[in-house]
Design a binder for this molecule. Structure first.
Ligand SMILES: Nc1nc2c(c(=O)[nH]1)N[C@H]1C(S)=C(S)[C@@H](COP(=O)(O)OP(=O)(O)OC[C@H]3O[C@@H](n4cnc5c(N)ncnc54)[C@H](O)[C@@H]3O)O[C@H]1N2
Ligand code: MOO
Length: 404
């Protein structure tokens, strides 16, 4: 058995960012930029008013009340053709360019209008309510960078920088193959000793949450030829995930069946719980992660190993799993040689201090508990017994995996 760290290092060595593609900005949310963005325009392009009111010369309204002659109006999107002279004002609206000669805005609430005269009741210092050209950014300024996952804010900024298209990394294509004679799809006829398959659908959802496109290869029965046939559908995918058949029983056929198809095994078995029988290798051009069949093991391994691989494929450079220290809510016994990921409830006290309490029974078949869990308490190999109140590392499932 190898350590979790070594397994992750060996997995990540096999993955490089996928090539980029050009996408309309409207489709780019959540994708990872392949190039740096620089502003193609200056925003705002000219000095503009930040309020509805009157463009004035600050000097003319230094002493109030001041009576000015309104010589025109300038809504947003137009330009005032003339020049504003002493004793004059121009009616102006939010976002409209300042007329030449004006250097301050008086908001309309501080004025009284009569005919073409406006009486200004409050003075307005130089530059008041004026947004100078380039306040937000100037042409050539740096925007979002290559390797950034685009948020709604980024999309807004890139649009404002006048880019209709962006270069983003292609989404990883992930083939998913569930295995086992005992599993059938939800809703299908269920034999007396059969159970409903959750792994394929859960992994596909997880792949989507990680920015990939899942390809369902179906459920392979425990027969090598059929398993190999279905796995052949992974050709062209960026990653093959199998679930089940990874362990040591005579019916655990994934390794032998795929070795018959040229699988180059890199490693098999990790000192972790859940997830010990995980295997990693290469089937043709496609890296393959053989996940254990227990639903919790499959998803925890996907989180620990498939997610960093997918992050690398989609151009993100954040393979590490964020882990934060939390207070332990109940005693834990000493650990054996497998690194443990204990499903736990996390609560927050009034000071925001978080406490993680492991569920009593930790069985890798218990999907309901995983779904209810807020976090995974990380117990390194041979960790000593820990008392309630001790600080322990926890992976926060609610913050972490965009949907695990
Ligand atoms: N003698 C040993 N037995 C086992 C060992 C071991 O070291 N020695 N390891 C155990 C561990 S740890 C795990 S984890 C499991 C993993 O086994 P497999 O990857 O071979 O998975 P299966 O045997 O195919 O299935 C395990 C379990 O999960 C259920 N399952 C499978 N597929 C699905 C699915 N699509 N949806 C829902 N549930 C699924 C299956 O019915 C089994 O109950 O091996 C231990 N055994
Ligand atoms: O991954 Mo097995 O995870 O210990 O049941």
């Amino acid at each position: 058995m190898i350590s979790v760290e070594e397994a992750l290092t060996r997995i990540l060595e096999r993955f490089r960012p996928l090539p980029s593609e050009t996408l309309g900005l409207g489709e780019a949310f959540g994708r990872v930029l392949a190039t740096d963005i620089a502003a193609r325009v200056t925003q705002p392009p000219k000095a503009v008013s930040a309020m509805d009111g009157y463009a004035v010369r600050a000097a003319d309204v230094a002493a109030v009340p001041a009576s000015l002659k309104v010589i025109g109006r300038v809504p947003a999107g137009s330009l005032f053709a003339g020049q504003l002279g002493p004793g004059e004002a121009v009616r102006i609206f939010t976002g409209a360019p300042l007329p030449d000669g004006a250097d301050a805005i008086v908001i309309q609430e501080d004025t009284e209008v009569s005919g073409d005269q406006v009486t200004v009741k409050e003075s307005s210092p130089l530059g008041h309510y004026v947004r100078p050209a380039g306040l937000d950014f100037s042409e050539g300024d740096a925007g979002p960078r290559a390797g950034q996952r685009l948020t709604a804010r980024d999309v807004g900024l890139i649009a404002a920088m006048n880019h209709p298209w962006v270069q983003v990394h292609r989404r990883p294509r992930v083939a998913i193959l569930a295995t086992g004679d005992e599993v059938v799809m939800p809703g299908d006829p269920l034999g007396p000793s059969q159970i409903v398959s959750s792994n394929g659908l859960a992994l596909a959802a997880f792949v989507r949450a990680c920015g990939g496109d899942p390809i369902q290869l179906g459920i392979a029965p425990d027969r090598s030829e059929r398993l190999a046939e279905l796995a052949a559908g992974a050709r062209g995918a960026d990653l093959l995930l199998t679930a089940g058949g990874a362990s040591v029983g005579e019916h655990d056929l994934v390794q032998s069946a795929l070795e018959g198809q040229g699988l180059q095994l890199d490693f098999w078995k990790i000192a972790m719980r859940p997830g010990k029988p995980l295997m990693f290798g290469q089937l043709g051009d496609t890296p393959m992660l053989g996940l254990p069949g227990n639903p919790v093991s499959a998803l925890v391994c996907a989180l620990l190993f498939a997610r960093p691989a997918l992050n690398r494929l989609r151009g993100l450079d954040s393979p590490a799993h964020p882990v934060s220290p939390m207070r332990l809510g109940a005693d834990l016994p000493a650990n054996d040689r497998r690194q443990d990921y204990l499903r736990a409830r996390v609560s927050k006290d009034s000071q925001g201090q978080r406490t993680a309490t492991a569920y009593g029974r930790q069985d890798s078949s218990m999907l309901a508990m995983l779904a209810a869990a807020d976090g995974l308490i990380l117990r390194p190999p041979h960790a000593e017994a820990a008392r309630s109140g001790a600080m322990v590392p926890v992976m926060d499932l609610r913050e972490l995996a965009e949907g695990l």
